[in-house]
Design a protein around this ligand. Structure first.
Ligand SMILES: Nc1ncnc2c1ncn2[C@@H]1O[C@H](COP(=O)(O)OP(=O)(O)OP(=O)(O)O)[C@@H](O)[C@H]1O
Ligand SMILES: [Mg+2]
Length: 249
């Protein structure tokens, strides 16, 4: 397997670490059949790629073998963000049969964490992720890895995430706190349900603690943005369980 050196990774603040630990714990307790997870959101820039990577890293650090698939074939920035290496091959080439899978999965310096980057932008992204090749990839690799985390494009803009979710075990929806209207989140939920996807939970990202935690203006941990994770009970939004629980649909 090809090796790749990721750029020096920033240390997350206390709240971020706690949120990722909670997310990891929820995934670990989701059941042994939950191995392949799509991460999506309503709109762009809600934090999907950040959360996909950090969740994968967190799972790998807990001893799991993880494959992170960057499946945002439309405008991925993961390779340029995470490494300085050039000539990286990726998912678009694998799915179109140009490069063998094994040549495109990169072993990182984080033990247990391998990454399949997106590759060059293809003209037909939805077709590629909806192809039998994508299904075969997921089916083949689910026996090799403990978890496969799939970073998908925003479902409020393109259908790709719902298409990929049909061959995965569940989805996590990232919501940029304060920016997403209820109706839009509802639409994404419905779309995932229509494709038969189990929604594992919601990550409320970029919470401004100054506004949400009693309006206090001092931030002991020195960060404005945090994440938190809510399990999803599959029946009513109002009954979403608090941090630390997920429910079966
Ligand atoms: N909790 C957070 N606190 C601070 N910055 C964050 C947080 N989450 C994400 N960001 C920043 O917001 C920007 C967008 O995040 P990211 O690329 O992960 O979003 P995305 O949903 O994958 O976007 P896209 O839809 O373009 O793929 C990045 O610069 C990232 O570093
Ligand atoms: Mg992204």
């Amino acid at each position: 397997m090809r090796k790749i050196e990721l750029v020096e990774l920033e240390q997350n603040n206390y709240f971020m670490r706690e949120a990722f630990n909670t997310l990891r714990t929820n995934i670990l307790f989701s059941g042994k059949n939950i191995k392949t997870i799509v991460i999506t959101s309503c709109l762009a820039h809600e934090g999907k790629s950040t959360i996909s990577f950090e969740t994968s890293r967190s799972l790998a650090e807990s001893g799991k073998k993880v494959l992170l698939i960057d499946a945002d074939l439309r405008k991925s920035v993961m390779a340029s963000r995470l490494t300085k290496e050039r000539g990286i091959t990726g998912l678009s080439q694998v799915l179109s049969g140009q490069v063998p899978t094994e040549q495109s999965i990169y072993q990182t310096q984080v033990e247990g964490l391998d990454i399949l980057f997106a590759g060059p932008y293809p003209p037909n992204p939805t077709e590629l992720v909806g192809s039998p090749a994508f299904k075969e990839l997921i089916e083949e690799k689910r026996d090799v890895y403990d978890y496969i985390i799939v970073d998908a494009p925003p479902l409020g803009l393109v259908i790709d995430a719902a298409v990929m979710a049909t061959v995965c075990d569940g989805a996590v929806v990232v919501i940029n706190s304060g920016h997403i209207k209820y109706r839009m989140a509802q639409g994404v939920k419905e779309q995932l349900e229509k494709s038969g996807t189990r929604i594992l939970g919601v990550v409320l990202n970029q919470i401004d603690r100054k506004r949400t935690i009693g309006g206090s203006s001092d931030s002991y941990y020195g960060s404005k943005y945090e994440s938190t994770y809510y399990g999803y009970n599959g029946t009513s939004d109002k009954k979403s369980s608090p941090v630390g629980h997920t429910h079966k649909k």
